[in-house]
Ligand binder design. Structure first.
Ligand code: C2E
Ligand code: CA
Ligand code: CA
Length: 721
């Protein structure tokens, strides 16, 4: 071990975390690497420790009570004595971009997300500890050198003696050292200077023995030296002021940091530190921060950074055209679940390669979601060029991909934003490209859509509707109306269908205006659950107050999302239990399309309903494509003929359809309710077909709660108490 190394054996690393266990873990992991871990339980404690140690690195927890990690880091940065100390934030919070950038503003060097892999922590820490050690060694060597130089300068007698010490110092030095002599040549032409002395470390950097180098001119040793090296040395020689320079030396294929001094007349001393390893480590660090580890493409952070630059260019240069393409694979998710994650990863890599094969060198390709990619196409000649590139990517992805013996086919939906566009932030632009992609996907996959402002308006409108629906729930603005259903044979009351309305001031908003939005945003679940509870409560009251006919039921509409809830049955049971409604009085209406989307999984839920004693009706029947086989297996009670067939029964084909539905239902042992009966002719016709029940404006519109009560009072005897 050389002298320089032996002086700086253990290195102090500060770990700041409010949790003792984390500190113990960090200490345990790092102590084995010859590191002295100093710990602090808070930002304040950390700041107090700063003057007492020369820390190589700080591992900083972000979330701490009192002063958080970012603030502590800012304080450390604010002090000249400690601002150079690298900080790695160790955080459990997600690697949200904003956090990463916040960290970089305060000068973070890196992030580690808890729980972190121990090897990653160790390797990252090792890089900084090594840098610190090298800095220390250089500092010591530099100080010794300066002392020697000072002695050289002041005393001629000491010269020979010092030379000897000087010699022994620099032969054993950790860093390279060489002395250039410019005696007899122009100070502006360092290529003519001779190597007067060099140490062993310098021989290693040159990868040549001392005899090959001594007394040669630098021009002979390094004939292709980059100009900036010569400029640097010439400047030091000219000014007599020490200076430092860091750069790449092509001939040696190394990154070097060179400190130059003028130790005496016609002499320039160079301390040369090989920083290639550190540079490489920094590059890996950069890759880890800015590269998607799976595909090696740029990650979202780098993408946004490049996009920012492109936006800036378009502001400065007239007619600078660029475009952003947001790409989403249309059916990637099933790959993971059917072929496994390893195959899924391979597919993503292939997709990444294919996209990159179409993109040009100056374009940025990034992966910014599990199966989402984004591109910046720069220096476009026409906007049409962007679409051509997008189309070619689409074609490339369509090519068959073989994976573990499976032939896979992919399409991608793409959204395009054409620049220059008025955006303050790159995130907004990317968001609009994603929005355009959503529109493309709604067209059925494999399509490309260019972003238009109307899309943003629609998205904003949807957001407003979502907000106001959310408020409506809290402010109890929903109402139920009840439309009576009659037995056609004798005009007796067979039940009601509960239909929701939204009371906004004195206006009643019909369900078709808000149910689709509620369905899209998922709000239908709480809204539907309110409707269910309310309908059960009302019907339970009717049950107490009136002698209801035997088959009387209250029908409640259930949406697809509601039906898909895993706890649907429990939820229904609770509504019945809390309101005390007889389960056989409740009839849930689900649409034909919903039932047929996933018939296998429906059977299970429908059986559960049957076991509870609740009835099931298939709504809008005739508009979907029912499979007879399934209808037979489903435990259901009623088919509801869709209004469209009833309203236009004069058309021959509708008449045939209604007749077919009724006889199909009867064959399966189900009864039929016809909805939308508006004329006596329709009612008579349906009665002739032995359709059991009917509902429609002919009998009554949906009624508010009090009017429904009135109708019950007319149709059913009251129970006297
Ligand atoms: P739906 O279940 O098919 O309900 C029947 C719709 O037809 C009701 O419209 C009703 O007012 C209307 N209607 C009844 N008789 C006639 C008639 O003779 N002529 C005409 N032209 N129309 C008639 P509404 O109340 O506007 O409800 C529309 C849809 O909203 C319902 O269709 C249902 O799908 C949905 N909906 C209503 N309430 C709820 C609810 O609580 N939850 C869920 N998920 N959906 C609901
Ligand atoms: Ca219905
Ligand atoms: Ca219906």
């Amino acid at each position: 071990m050389s002298k320089a190394e032996s002086v700086v054996e253990t290195v102090d690393v500060l770990a700041v975390d409010d949790e003792q266990v984390n500190l113990l873990l960090l200490s345990g992991l790092l102590r084995r690497q010859g590191i002295n871990v100093v710990t602090a339980r808070s930002g304040f404690e950390a700041l107090k420790l700063m003057p007492k140690h020369d820390f190589a690195l700080i591992l900083m927890d972000v979330m701490m009570p009192g002063m958080d990690g970012f603030t502590t880091a800012e304080r450390i940065r604010a002090d000249d004595a400690t601002r150079h100390i690298p900080i790695i934030f160790v955080t459990a919070i997600s690697k949200e971009q904003r956090h990463v950038f916040k960290g970089y503003e305060t000068g973070a060097v890196d992030y580690l997300i808890k729980p972190f892999e121990h090897d990653i922590l160790k390797s990252k820490v090792q890089v900084f500890v090594e840098m610190h050690r090298q800095r220390m060694a250089l500092k010591q060597a530099g100080a010794a050198l300066e002392r020697t130089v000072a002695e050289l300068r002041t005393s001629a007698i000491a010269l020979t003696d010092s030379r000897a010490r000087f010699q022994s110092l620099f032969t054993s030095m950790f860093n390279g050292f060489m002395l250039l002599s410019c005696e007899g040549c122009a100070p502006a032409s360092p290529e003519l200077w001779r190597l007067a002395e060099l140490n062993a470390a310098m021989e290693q950097i040159f990868e040549r023995p001392r005899e090959d180098l001594l007394n040669k001119t630098t021009g002979e040793v390094l004939p292709n030296l980059e100009g900036y090296w010569n400029d640097f040395v010439a400047q030091v020689a000219g000014s007599g002021q020490p200076a430092q320079f860091e750069g790449y030396m092509g001939e040696l294929k190394r990154w070097l940091r060179v400190s130059a001094y003028v130790p005496g007349p016609h002499l320039v001393a160079l301390v040369v530190e090989d920083i290639t390893a550190r540079r490489q480590a920094e590059e890996t660090l950069h890759e880890r921060t800015f590269q998607d580890p799976l595909t090696g493409l740029a990650n979202r952070a780098l993408f946004l950074n490049r996009l920012d630059q492109a936006m800036e260019r378009s502001r400065r240069r007239l007619n600078y055209l660029y475009a952003v393409v947001f790409l989403d694979l249309d059916s990637f998710k099933p790959i993971n679940s059917s072929l496994g994650y390893a195959s899924g990863d391979k597919v993503l890599c292939t997709v990444a390669e294919r996209i990159q094969s179409i993109a040009r060198g100056l374009d940025t390709v990034s992966r910014c979601g599990p199966d989402e990619f984004a591109l910046i196409l720069e220096e476009l000649k026409t906007p049409g060029e962007a679409l051509r590139v997008a189309r070619r990517i689409g074609q490339e992805l369509r090519k068959t991909l073989e994976m573990d013996g499976h032939m896979l086919h992919f399409t991608a939906s793409m959204g395009v934003v054409l620049g220059p566009a008025e955006y303050a932030q790159p995130e907004e632009l990317l968001q609009d490209a994603a929005l355009a992609m959503e529109h493309a996907r709604a067209l059925g996959g494999g399509k490309i859509k260019v972003f238009k402002w109307a899309m943003r308006k629609r998205a904003q409108y949807a957001l407003t509707v979502h907000q106001s629906l959310h408020n409506a729930l809290e402010r109890e603005e929903f109402r139920l109306h009840y439309q009576p259903i009659f037995t056609l044979a004798d005009n007796s009351l067979a039940g009601f269908e509960a239909l929701i309305r939204w009371q906004v001031a004195d206006r009643l908003v019909p369900p078709n205006d808000f149910i689709p939005h509620a369905e899209q945003t998922g709000l239908i679940v709480p809204i539907g659950s309110w409707a269910l509870m309310e309908a059960c409560r009302e019907a339970a009251r009717w049950e107490r107050d009136f002698a209801l006919p035997k088959n009387f039921s209250i029908a409640v509409n259930l949406s697809a999302k509601q039906f898909a809830q895993p706890d649907l049955l429990r939820h229904l049971a609770r509504a019945l239990d809390e309101t005390g409604l007889d389960p056989s009085r409740l009839k849930v209406e689900i649409t034909e399309t919903l039932v047929m989307q996933n018939p296998e999984s429906m059977v299970h839920k429908l059986r559960g309903l049957r076991e509870m004693g609740t009835k099931v009706s298939i709504d809008d029947f005739g508009t979907g494509y029912s499979s007879l086989a399934y209808l037979q297996r489903f435990p259901i009670n009623t088919l509801k003929v869709d209004r469209s067939f009833v309203s236009d029964m004069d058309a021959f084909e509708n008449l045939v359809i209604v007749r077919t539905i009724v006889s199909l239902a009867h064959n399966l042992g189900l009864d039929v309710v016809a909805e939308g009966i508006e004329t006596e002719r329709q009612r008579d016709f349906l009665a002739d077909l032995s359709c059991e029940c009917g509902q429609g404006y002919l009998f009554s519109r949906p009624l508010p709660q009090d009017r429904a009560l009135e109708m019950l009072g007319v149709c059913c005897p009251k129970i006297s108490v």
